[in-house]
Design a protein around this ligand. Structure first.
Ligand SMILES: Cc1cc2nc3c(=O)[nH]c(=O)nc-3n(C[C@H](O)[C@H](O)[C@H](O)COP(=O)(O)O)c2cc1C
Length: 202
């Protein structure tokens, strides 16, 4: 069984999402020590953003020397995802959405014929065999009953994107309100720890 572990926080050692993804992976590994883990740190080693030159090079146009590394990085992002049975993503809320590093990585997963198909009926996902666990961190509170729920373009985006490519087995481990004082932060971390312990075994 293969597990892809992706972090995207830019806050280094202070990062809460990095702590949560590490705990999630440790929890899954405790039940399945034979899991093979591939780790990607999108802050330390960012993937290239989509661009006209990258799209052209990936669609078969002769890639100049300057594009080869970008094509390889985009291909690796897709291959990492396709070969994983479980994907654990650290997804902080930054400016109401996800980090641009994570968005750039996700952009390389939206490949017709690989992760979804188009037909007259619309898009059909090809990734229904994968399990996704998202470690979601946010400074404020945006869950359903909150007056700020409509500002959530982070979890709602991730749910929408991965649903389109067919991933229906999605769990969120959430620490929210972590910038609303020490007491709320500790409560949020305790909730996230409980959610991690409750994750079913791999
Ligand atoms: C660049 C940046 C933008 C942020 N934007 C938001 C935001 O829009 N809403 C919010 O509730 N918290 C926001 N926060 C707070 C983070 O969501 C919070 O600190 C969370 O712990 C970030 O995850 P991390 O600790 O793994 O980096 C922001 C933090 C940073 C560093």
């Amino acid at each position: 069984m293969k597990l892809l572990h992706v972090d995207s926080s830019i806050t280094g050692n202070e990062s809460i999402s990095r702590r949560l993804t590490a705990d999630i992976v440790a929890h899954l590994r405790a039940g399945r020590p034979d899991i093979q883990v591939v780790y990607r740190d999108l802050d330390a080693v960012p993937v290239p953003h989509q661009s006209a030159a990258l799209m052209a090079a990936r669609s078969g146009a002769a890639a100049g020397d300057n594009m080869r590394a970008e094509v390889a990085a985009a291909d690796t992002a897709l291959e990492d995802f396709l070969s994983a049975d479980i994907v654990v993503i650290g997804a902080p809320m930054y400016n109401f959405g996800i980090p641009s590093q994570l968005k750039a990585w996700i952009d390389h997963l939206a490949v017709p014929g690989k992760t979804f198909t188009y037909s007259e009926a619309g898009a059909a996902g090809l990734c229904g065999d994968k399990r996704l666990i998202v470690a979601s961190t946010r400074g404020g509170i945006y869950s359903a009953q909150s007056p700020k729920a409509t500002h959530d373009h982070q979890e709602s985006y991730l749910k929408g994107f991965f649903a389109v490519i067919g991933v229906t087995d999605i769990s969120f481990v959430r620490a929210e309100g972590v910038r609303m004082g020490d007491q709320l932060k500790e409560q949020a971390l305790a909730v996230a720890r409980e959610e991690t312990s409750a994750l079913r075994a791999a």
